[in-house]
Write a protein that binds this ligand. Structure first.
Ligand code: ATP
Ligand code: MG
Length: 431
């Protein structure tokens, strides 16, 4: 319309697009950089904050407050600066584009006015041209705002895309296989490690060629020095990792061929951390079976000896574990984790140091709880405490990723190997 109204005035407006275009290009290139820096700076602030808050106990115990404060201040300042840089780029762009637009308006008004004065242009045409110019530059202003949000979002998206692009280390099978149905009298499932080798992505080989058969229903205790590979064995059996070579079989089916839900019904691992989710105690016990009726939840808690302390909580089973009054000790958390495992009723149960926070005076109770949980299933119990080993049918002693002793506890105690030494030292420590 501007060009049609008056070619000369229109040409001025069109010419202003050249500097505007250059401005957008420069801004875009700079914005990519400043927003990338800014999103990294935000990420660092968040990581530091979460890490400090999660580790607030050691932070206080080791008087790290001042150091953490200083670190946090530096990260915060970097974030502040990167935010300032981003705003500055934006401000430069907006100022620049307004300058170009207003210069064009000024040129058109001055030139147009002189032409109106000498009669070569009608006043109405000049007024129309100025009004059209407004309509032309308003969207360009808005384009700037849009570009800004777009660049900021693109920088964040890049971070999210990086996370989404992670390939899971344990992929779901494309055609999952069902486990054979459990016979009514079948005590758990058979576990076979068939020529398994394993190395974490970082570091050397943890399990060098590992063969092991656990018959259905057997309770196997695994002992060995720190770093021997016990937890690694457990994690392979729960398929938190896949072996680098060889297979882990559950009733003859490779774990890699089982669907996630099928695997979780088959194998459950209870660890030392015994994590509680926000929600009630009952909900925490029912994690593996959210639809379990209350009676079954209570029956599981009673069976492992957690019912008394749960009943003593302000709202019993309905106590929110994250709210005031719902504070639960480490040992109690482990009992909840046991009840959770009992209710989930897996064919194979792995306990990795799962009794380490339970009190020694309650050892008898712990033993009872353990035998209840382990009955009727294949169990792998990793324990530093040797009293828990005594309820096992079989003991494996691991060193450097290899099994160096294998046999019933009584037999190993009577022998002259590592386990009998360990056992003697433990007995001596008791008296
Ligand atoms: N996520 C990991 N990435 C790399 N290396 C690991 C990882 N987890 C464990 N390791 C290494 O694997 C080896 C075996 O560790 P593992 O946790 O299986 O030992 P463990 O027998 O359970 O010891 P502990 O009795 O202390 O629990 C160790 O040398 C350890 O450094
Ligand atoms: Mg371990």
């Amino acid at each position: 319309m501007l060009l049609w109204l008056d070619l000369g005035l229109g040409a001025v407006a069109v010419a202003s697009f050249v500097p505007l275009y250059l401005l957008v290009r420069v801004y875009q290139r700079r914005a990519v950089r400043v927003y990338a820096v800014r999103s990294t700076a935000i990420a660092r602030v968040i990581v530091k904050f979460v890490e400090t808050m999660n580790g607030i106990r050691p932070v206080r115990a080791f008087r790290r407050e001042a150091v953490n404060d200083a670190d946090f201040r530096i990260l915060n300042q970097r974030h502040e600066r990167s935010n300032g840089d981003a705003l500055l780029e934006m401000a430069r762009y907006v100022t620049g584009s307004r300058l170009v637009a207003n210069t064009a308006v000024a040129v058109i008004v001055l030139w147009g006015a002189s032409r109106v004065a000498d009669g070569s242009l009608e006043l109405g045409v000049l007024a129309a041209a100025v009004l059209y110019l407004r309509r032309l530059y308003d969207p360009i202003d808005r384009l700037g705002m849009f570009l800004n949000s777009y660049q900021s979002a693109a920088a964040s998206l890049e971070k999210i895309a990086g996370l989404l692009a992670q390939t899971p280390s344990v992929p779901e099978p494309s055609t999952p296989v069902q486990l054979p149905a459990l016979e009514s009298e079948q005590p758990g499932r058979e576990v076979v490690f068939d020529g398994v080798r394993f190395a974490y992505r970082t570091g050397g080989e943890v399990l060098p060629v590992f063969d092991l058969t656990l018959p259905a229903g057997q309770t196997v205790a695994v002992v060995g020095s720190t770093g021997a590979g016990k937890s690694t064995l457990a994690k392979l059996l729960a398929r938190f990792y896949d072996p680098s070579d060889g297979r882990v079989l559950l009733d003859g089916v490779d774990l890699r061929e089982l669907s996630g839900p099928e695997l979780r019904r088959g194998v459950v691992m209870v660890t030392q951390e015994a994590f509680l989710f926000s929600g009630t105690v009952a909900e925490n016990i029912a994690i593996g079976r959210p639809d379990a009726p209350r009676e079954e939840i209570e029956r599981a808690a009673k069976a492992i000896g957690a019912h008394d302390f749960i009943s003593a909580l302000p709202d019993g089973y309905d106590t929110d574990v994250r709210k005031r009054g719902g504070r639960i000790s480490a040992g109690q958390r482990q009992l909840v984790a046991f009840a959770r495992a009992l209710l989930a009723d897996p064919a194979v149960l792995i306990l990795d140091e799962a009794t380490s926070s339970l009190d020694v005076p309650g050892e008898q109770a712990v033993q009872r709880a353990m035998s209840t949980v382990l009955r009727g299933r294949t169990a792998v119990v990793i324990a530093h405490r040797l009293s828990t080993v005594e309820i096992a049918d079989r003991v494996l002693v691991m060193e450097h990723g290899r099994i160096v002793e294998d046999g019933p506890p009584a037999e190993l105690v009577a022998g002259t190997g590592r386990f009998s030494d360990l056992h003697r030292a433990w007995r001596d420590s008791l008296v």
